[in-house]
Design a protein around this ligand. Structure first.
Ligand SMILES: Cc1cc2nc3c(=O)[nH]c(=O)nc-3n(C[C@H](O)[C@H](O)[C@H](O)COP(=O)(O)OP(=O)(O)OC[C@H]3O[C@@H](n4cnc5c(N)ncnc54)[C@H](O)[C@@H]3O)c2cc1C
Length: 357
């Protein structure tokens, strides 16, 4: 019997496992096997792989230095914002660490101490609640096994199966379909761009350079002709001077956008939710790493004190983080409301004058 079973070894799950190891007998489960060579060549997560300033601050707070092997060219200092409907564009100074997402997750997992039991390549299917513990049913290559634990931590990301089972009927954050195409680029664009076009989506579209490739991405409203909308984005980008080579890779995933406080869930009755599974992700920028780290650190602090009544203490201690998501929601209105955005972009507030060759 484990003290704590964590489903999902992404940034949230790996961080929690690392921080509570030693104090508890921990099981960490992930359907992907990121620890082996086979895992290295398996398709990575659909992600932009940008470590934003808030997430960089979290690495400082955890006293972690990022290994060079995780970085990809180029490092980014400028964001190009394009408002298609108003035909305005601006450049803003921002510093993002440009990373290979797969290697980032592998690195975080490599920091988990060896006394944490790993079940990698095992998919969580269901659980059963008994008097004082949970029995988890896991599947790998058609083979099933069961594990039991006193506390169940849900860290399985945007499509969380555990959340669906444990909190069915409760409010869920809005889910967008994120599509990314990796295309060959004959020259490197030294900036990350965000595109605003209400005809495509009421949320974000982006391009991110990754070595000799360019990622074109969009978070689209489900059932709103997502393929056509994505093609429209590519057409728009070409109008703004982007050139694309062959499509090398396509990927998609859900991305959550919590728009109301009730959509953020910290758990109940022996279950805790961290990271995107709990709704911890910015509704304005879709930045998720800092929230995955913060929610995992708060739960680790709560559990390290005592497991007693951890559910209500975790809820209380995430109050600031949940309030921060509310503020991001207000910010989101400025960014995504065409009228308000027009005012901000027209003034040129905090924008840069760039000098290109
Ligand atoms: C297209 C896209 C681009 C993004 N770009 C950025 C970005 O540039 N910067 C940023 O900060 N954020 C970005 N995000 C958000 C970010 O990826 C997430 O918010 C972040 O990964 C959340 O971390 P997590 O640990 O909560 O969940 P995840 O990283 O999603 O990890 C969940 C883990 O659970 C595992 N899992 C899922 N289901 C099961 C199951 N049934 N059984 C066992 N294991 C399971 C998965 O394999 C996964 O490893 C992006 C998201 C998308 C979709």
């Amino acid at each position: 019997m484990y003290d704590v079973a964590i489903v999902g070894a992404g940034p949230a799950g790996s961080t929690l496992a690392r921080l509570i190891a030693g104090r508890y007998k921990v099981l960490l489960v992930d359907k992907k096997d990121l620890s082996t060579k086979a895992g290295e060549s398996s398709p990575g997560k659909c992600c932009g792989g940008l470590l934003a300033p808030d997430a960089q601050a979290m690495l400082s707070k955890m006293a972690l230095g990022l290994p060079k092997s995780v970085l990809v060219d180029p490092q980014l200092f400028v964001v190009r914002a394009i408002d298609v409907s108003r035909q305005i564009e601006r450049y803003y100074q921002r510093f993002y660490i440009n990373m290979d997402r797969q290697r980032f997750d592998r690195w975080l997992l490599s920091l988990v101490p060896t006394d944490v039991e790993l079940r990698l390549g095992w998919r969580f299917k269901s659980y059963q609640r008994d008097k004082d513990h949970f029995t988890l049913r896991l599947i790998k290559d058609g083979q099933a096994t069961e594990e039991s634990a006193k506390i169940l931590v849900v860290a399985d990301g945007a499509s969380s199966r555990v959340r669906k089972l444990a909190l069915s009927g409760r409010p869920f954050p809005r889910a967008y379909v994120a599509i990314q195409q990796w295309v060959e680029a004959d020259h490197q664009l030294p900036y990350f761009s965000t595109v605003f076009d209400p005809e495509i989506t009421d949320y974000c579209c982006w391009t991110i350079p990754k070595e000799e490739r360019l990622i074109i991405g969009a978070a689209l409203q489900p059932r709103h002709q997502v393929t056509d909308k994505f093609e429209l984005l590519k057409t728009r980008l070409k109008d703004y001077g982007f050139q694309f080579g062959k499509v090398v890779h396509r990927e998609s995933a859900f991305i959550l956008r919590p728009t109301r406080p009730q959509q953020i869930s910290t758990g109940t009755d022996g279950i805790a939710l961290i990271g995107e599974a709990g709704g911890f992700i910015s509704p304005s920028s879709a930045e998720g790493f800092s929230y995955a780290f913060k929610s995992a650190i708060i739960l680790a602090d709560v559990l390290r004190e005592t497991p007693d009544d951890f559910e209500s203490r975790f809820r209380r201690k995430t109050r600031k983080l949940r309030a921060n998501l509310l503020i991001k929601n207000l910010k989101s209105r400025f960014i995504y409301d065409p009228w308000l955005r027009n005012i901000v972009m027209k003034t040129g507030l905090q924008s840069l004058q760039v000098h290109k060759s």
